[in-house]
Design a protein around this ligand. Structure first.
Ligand code: HEM
Length: 315
């Protein structure tokens, strides 16, 4: 099995999310290929200055750029993020050919990696979004809840959820060891959220706020919590998880409070089904109440290939 990119490093104190469009010229594609292939080396070069800081970077490639950039067979499920139009909110689909998910315990390490990447990419790319996320106390989102609890734990459980293997239907030499990645940048209306009682907030999330204890699911046909809407099963009743590495971001002085959602999965349909249940509701019409207080302003899908594919891109 090909080694994956460092998807499973877990939540750090700091993270930077960079989404770019690539200029559609042969010379830009060539230059970008060379930069992407050197990401593991650039990261190693910086991380050696403080190995305890756990600096990592995962690279994702979007659907539009796949053919011209990668020149390899497409991952079977890869397509642009599909817009989901709900009654309250729309999960918007926004441009993105490249994703860099930079993580470290140290903000300066994330900064340095971003700086070197930007310098190398030069004018071959156009920035679509840059978000700097931070750990908020005991890994809470800005709604005040611990975020990431239901993630798989341990190398084999994580790779089972995120990594495409030879046994997967439609897998090929390009996709084995890789993962689909979905990102969405949400802004919260914290004033309205804080006007709710703690019990109302807990019912929306599906966990208690202080102790982070899971609440019972509502009866079928009733308004479901976020936790329940985001729990999905396939036709055989098997539950499918994803690996989330959400980070809070924002600036109190400009009243910007947000959550950067990022999910890795071996199957793209799993994330898309979660999204549909949240935005359209289950049953239809009873959407995720988190969306009454959270507006997505970006939405993009990528494929993070295995390390060996990434390194060979510059050949
Ligand atoms: C669970 C927050 C968006 C998928 C949770 C939990 C919180 C949370 C606090 C409970 C603790 C945990 O297990 O992590 C948020 C916030 C979001 C957001 C603030 C953005 C406004 C999303 C989206 C998806 C998603 C867009 C998927 C498309 C999940 C899943 C779980 C979860 C799979 C675990 C469910 C389980 O218990 O099995 N989220 N979330 N979340 N969320 Fe979200």
């Amino acid at each position: 099995m090909s080694a994956g990119q460092p998807v499973d490093t877990g939540l750090t104190r700091s993270a930077t999310f960079l989404v770019f469009s690539v200029l559609q010229t042969d010379s830009s594609m060539r230059a970008v290929r060379s930069v992407l292939s050197s990401v593991p080396d650039i990261t190693k070069n910086i991380s050696i200055r403080d190995t305890n800081a756990n600096l990592t970077c995962v690279v994702g490639i979007g659907s539009r750029a796949w053919d011209s950039l990668m020149r390899l067979p497409r991952p079977a499920e890869l397509h642009p993020f599909p817009e989901v139009r709900g009654a309250k909110q729309t999960a918007v689909s926004t441009p993105g050919d490249l994703l860099f998910h930079i993580r470290s315990e140290r903000r300066d390490m994330c900064f340095e990696l971003e700086r070197q990447l930007i310098e190398k990419l030069g004018d071959t790319v156009q920035l679509e979004d840059q978000t700097v996320g931070f750990r908020y106390f005991d890994a809470r989102d800005l709604l005040g809840f611990v975020d990431g609890t239901a993630n798989p734990v341990g190398p084999s459980a994580i790779s089972d959820v995120v990594m495409i293997s030879e046994e997967d239907e439609n897998s090929n030499a390009t996709t084995v060891g890789g993962s689909y990645v979905v990102v969405q940048k949400y802004l919260h209306d914290l004033k309205a959220w804080k006007a709710l009682s703690i019990e109302q907030q807990e019912a929306i999330i599906g966990r208690t706020k202080l102790d982070n204890i899971e609440l019972e699911d509502a009866d079928d046909g009733q308004q479901q919590s976020h936790k329940t809407l985001a729990t999905i099963e396939d036709a055989s009743g098997k539950e499918h998880a994803v690996l989330r590495d959400n980070m809070p971001f924002g600036s109190p002085s400009t009243s910007q409070y947000g959550t950067y959602f990022i999910a890795y999965s071996r199957h793209l349909w799993v994330v898309e089904k979660m999204m549909e249940r949240m935005f359209l509701g289950n049953p239809r019409g009873l959407h995720d109440r988190i969306l009454d207080f959270s507006t997505p302003i970006t939405g993009s899908t990528f494929f993070a290939p295995s390390l060996s594919i990434l390194k060979r891109l510059g050949d």
